[in-house]
Design a protein around this ligand. Structure first.
Ligand code: HEM
Length: 267
């Protein structure tokens, strides 16, 4: 099935494949677009295993409370109404399947080591994006919400025709900027529950220990939700798009808007 985001392979234009051309030669030519700077690619791929380790070790720690829902003072999270629980985080089969039980100290060691890498990588990414000017491709603008709705409708096959975009469309701008915000929330709430005595001012500012812990948990779920959608979208967008996050370059039609030209216009 062809995704609405999947760009036609520019190399398969009539002139490139040797078929009879019914488009002018000039519009059939392609070029290499410098899409993702090296630093962004490194930080993006470092983030993937680091975030994975943070989530995995977080589950090892969280199990400690879930295993004893009636003995521990800590709350076990769930979705439900009143006494009715629809989903409990997490059901026993989930822990058993992932071999989670009884690895709390292992989880704590990994969590408290990798959190520094997650923090340093995140701060470096924000600084680089800001100083290089790449934030202009990433931050939502006045059109992003409308574009994001349009992109979602196209994805759901309820409408045709994607809005014009440069590096990222409106939905991506909103999603990637949310990642930065979620990362900041993870760090702050994490610090608040890591050192609630030394950083009592932070813990209180976040609504207390239990609230900070609640936000920490649900922001993790937000990251998991983002990751699921992100990977599906990347798969649908196709090889050319994915390869650009590895090599830095994307094959583009000559007439598509040039990112380099846009970068050169930045102050
Ligand atoms: C298997 C895992 C992953 C794959 C295959 C993947 C792939 C990609 C690709 C291809 C892009 C460029 C999209 C485009 O140019 O249209 C991208 C961008 C991005 N991804 Fe991922 N990604 C993965 C994991 C993650 C994770 C775990 C996060 C963070 C939670 C993440 C956050 C982002 C962000 C914030 C951007 C924008 C980067 C920027 O321009 O500064 N990705 N990803």
């Amino acid at each position: 099935m062809k995704s609405p985001h999947q760009q036609p392979d520019p190399r398969k234009t009539p002139s490139a494949t040797g078929e009879a051309a019914d488009v002018p030669e000039a519009s059939a030519s392609i070029r290499l677009e410098r899409k993702h700077p090296l630093a962004i690619r490194w930080m993006h791929w470092v983030n993937f295993p680091v975030l994975f380790t943070m989530i995995w070790s977080g589950i090892l720690i969280y199990w400690n409370d879930s295993d004893n829902p009636y003995q521990h003072a800590h709350r076990v999270y769930r979705i439900g109404v009143g006494r009715l629980t629809v989903v409990r985080f997490f059901p026993d089969w989930f822990y058993t399947l992932l071999h989670v039980p009884y690895h709390v100290t292992l989880g704590l060691s990994y969590h408290f080591f990798f959190m520094w890498i997650f923090a340093l990588n995140g701060v470096a990414w924000v600084l680089y994006t800001w100083i290089s000017g790449e934030w202009r491709f990433l931050l939502p603008d006045r059109r992003s919400l409308r574009d994001a709705i349009q992109v979602t409708l196209v994805d759901l096959h309820l409408r045709k025709g994607l809005p014009r975009q440069t590096k990222y469309n409106g939905a991506q701008r909103i999603a990637y900027t949310s990642c930065v915000l979620m990362g900041a929330v993870m760090l702050l709430t994490g610090l608040a529950i890591y050192k609630p005595t030394q950083l009592h001012w932070l813990t209180s500012a976040l609504g207390g220990y239990e609230m900070a812990r609640w936000i920490h948990f649900w922001t993790t779920m937000g990251f998991v939700g983002f990751f699921g959608i992100h990977v599906v979208q990347v798969a649908l967008a196709g090889w050319n798009n994915f390869r650009a996050m590895v090599s830095g370059f994307e094959v583009q039609r000559a007439e598509s808007p040039s990112l380099e030209a846009e970068r050169s216009r930045w102050p």
